[in-house]
Design a binder for this molecule. Structure first.
Ligand SMILES: [Zn+2]
Length: 345
């Protein structure tokens, strides 16, 4: 093998490089040396067949040459685009620049959650996190839903394949943020103003349900709290989040962990309460709320004779979708990574 072969090739390349005056020239040069059937490809073919004694040296020189050619080509390539001397003819200064795509915060996971947290802050509600995978005890039993209670069916729970805990039972994907209620009480720091925002999971998927969604849960435990306090908080939230003039109303309902329990409606933002196709007579349903059941307080080691409280738990996606002016006809979009859709918000 002729040792000067690489030196000559390097020289030849530098000569060729000097002749380049356009991007097309540059591309032809790249093909000549680095293309599939180019000079270097030929040398790599040779490399496979040469004797072991000189293989090491040959390989080193070949790689050196390749790196050198690559870096020189890329340098020149950048020069073309920087509009320096050689590229002047190709560089059109008057064309508007290409704007880089700038990302933004996710409408649910960041924007809506941050907004909700900020709204509740002045009322003393602090954001906390509780496990997204939790024991049956915290998800159901401590919330006044004993094992085998039919009310559990509504939660369409995902069970996790894991050994059962003697005290707390099976492991589940937390089906609601209410799982954090008793955990918060067990911290033994009264009074409580908790805002638990978390990912939850249920086996449901259609235009109004996604199997993984976010909920936010407000829990207040104190002395002498009443439904009036709950209403005050809900109205305050509705006006801050949906806009001034929005109202809430409570409809009697049944949940195991609150007594009395309510479904909460917000006045419709499209018709301002007059009634339209979107709403039912001027109201749209937003989620559940109620006064914390004494059994739940007991599970949290809070004395129901001294303390009481209220709680509400709503889906972040659903609440966000109801925001005035936002018409999203399929909730599943919010859980997908479709940038075209997400970049609108
Ligand atoms: Zn309406």
């Amino acid at each position: 093998m002729d040792q000067s072969k690489f030196e000559n090739l390097a020289k030849e390349f530098m000569e060729d490089l000097k002749k380049v005056s356009s991007l097309d020239d540059l591309e032809s040069l790249r093909v000549k040396y680095l293309g599939k059937k180019g000079i270097l490809a030929g040398l790599f073919g040779e490399f496979a067949q040469i004797s072991p004694e000189i293989k090491k040296d040959f390989g080193r020189k070949l790689n050196q040459l390749k790196n050198n050619i690559e870096s020189k080509l890329s340098e020149l390539h950048s020069e073309f685009f920087a509009g320096t001397e050689i590229g002047v003819s190709q560089f059109e200064k008057t064309l508007p620049g290409k704007k880089p795509q700038i990302g933004h915060l996710h409408p649910i996971i960041t924007q809506a959650i941050r907004e909700i947290v900020e709204i509740f802050k002045p009322l003393g509600f602090t954001q906390v996190r509780h496990p997204e995978v939790d024991w049956d005890y915290f998800a159901f039993e401590s919330l006044n839903m004993p094992k085998t209670h039919p009310a559990r069916d509504e939660w369409e729970t995902f069970f996790v394949k894991a050994p059962e805990n003697k005290e707390y039972g099976k492991l589940v994907v937390s089906p609601h943020t209410s799982s954090g209620q008793v955990r918060e009480m067990l911290k033994n720091q009264l009074p409580i103003r908790m805002l638990n925002i978390s990912r939850c999971g249920r086996r449901q998927i259609d235009v109004n349900h996604i199997p993984f969604f976010f909920q936010f849960e407000g829990l207040a435990i104190d002395k002498n709290l009443s439904i009036a306090n709950l209403r005050g908080v809900l109205d305050y939230f509705a006006q801050k989040f949906f806009g001034p003039g929005r109202k809430t109303r409570l409809r009697p309902f049944h949940f195991r962990f609150t007594e009395p329990s309510f479904e909460v409606d917000v006045s419709c933002g499209l018709c301002q309460g007059a009634g339209c196709r979107f709403c039912k007579e001027g109201w749209v349903e937003i989620g559940g709320a109620g006064m914390v059941h004494p059994n739940v307080l007991k599970a949290g080691k809070v004395d129901p004779k001294i303390y009481n409280g209220f709680a509400f738990g709503w889906g972040v996606e659903r609440t966000y979708m109801m925001k005035a002016g936002l018409k999203i006809d399929d909730m599943r979009y919010l859980g997908e990574n479709n940038l075209k859709f997400l970049s609108q918000f």
